[in-house]
Write a protein that binds this ligand. Structure first.
Ligand code: GLY
Length: 303
């Protein structure tokens, strides 16, 4: 560890609604971020190190663990990065790439801030980002759970009739219906020793979802935000999170001087308890986590 480093804070989450059994994956991710800080002192590099670790873990709904779309074959992923040096990049609905968060970082150096779908995929090819099209047993099992839930009477997505997915079906292959609504995201927020902040998030989106669906994770101010006073990442049902511009709203309360724990609790309390929501944040002096579900997490604070 670089002896000249001063205090820093790293907070990582593995998705609202995911089991705390996965805390070890978040702890590994937070340590990767701390190692990166020791090397580069760069908050964004550290946040990305944490998120790539979780994308590669296989248990989280991001990167290689992303949920399958309803056709049981397609994976569509979203990711974003932002820091106080002005770096801002995101990808939406991208298929076949190994680490969407690294692609989002590369977009930050492009003429644009957000690339989606086939264009994002071609951008990945242009920068020689590794492809990834393997589907794991974990992903197949999660997909079977979603199909079972869609076949039942309890809404697979709170507040939305299961029939809506059949009515608006937009996959080429038919839906073969024979419990679980996945909407988790992974995220990391970092305050570096030099006082800069960064956030990185990544998700396989929600299940069930129609083809082409994009949630909050690549939408600035909804799933992520970083400014001079802190960084915030959200997780949960994107369709609801965007309605509150959740990350920017919470950041506004930080600007107002609200204690961080209170700001995160207020953010989560904006939602009906049926809606899974979680938040992590760092400010100049604090680091905090709050969720209305179990949420794997890890925090490292170096005073
Ligand atoms: N929060 C992840 C999503 O809704 O896509």
């Amino acid at each position: 560890m670089n002896k000249e480093m001063e205090g820093y804070a790293i907070v990582v989450h593995g998705g609202a609604g995911s089991p705390r059994d996965y805390d070890d994956g978040c702890e590994r991710a937070a340590r990767a971020a701390a190692d990166e800080l020791a090397l580069s002192s760069d908050a964004l590099e550290a946040a990305m190190a944490a998120v790539t670790t979780m994308e590669d873990d296989g248990r989280f709904n991001a990167g290689s663990g992303s949920v399958l779309c309803l056709d049981g074959a397609t994976v569509e992923m979203d990711a974003s990065v932002m820091d106080t040096r002005g770096r801002l990049g995101a990808v939406a609905c991208v298929q076949g790439v190994k680490n969407p968060v690294l692609l989002a970082r590369a977009v930050a150096d492009s003429p644009h801030w957000l690339l989606a779908g086939e264009g994002a995929r071609r951008f990945a090819d242009a920068i020689r980002h590794p492809t990834w099209d393997q589907i794991s047993e974990h992903q197949r099992e999660a997909h079977q759970k979603v199909l079972k839930e869609l076949a039942g009477t309890v809404p697979a997505m709170p507040g939305v009739s299961n029939q809506a997915f059949l009515r608006f079906w937009n996959y080429q292959s038919p839906l073969n219906l024979p419990e679980h609504m996945a909407c988790d995201t992974v995220g990391a927020v970092v305050r570096a020793p030099d006082g800069h902040f960064a956030v990185a998030v990544s998700t396989g989106g929600s299940a069930p979802s129609l083809l082409g669906r994009v949630g909050d994770s690549p939408i600035i101010g909804s799933g992520f935000y970083a400014g001079k006073l802190g960084a915030v990442a959200a997780t949960g049902i994107g369709e609801q999170i965007v309605r509150h511009l959740l990350a920017r709203t919470v950041y506004g309360w930080i600007e107002d001087g609200m204690p961080l724990e209170q700001a995160l609790k207020r953010g989560v309390d904006l939602f009906d308890p049926a809606i899974a929501v979680g938040l992590i944040a760092v400010s100049r002096t604090e680091a905090a986590v709050h969720a209305n579900r179990d949420m794997p997490q890890a925090t490292i604070i170096q005073p």
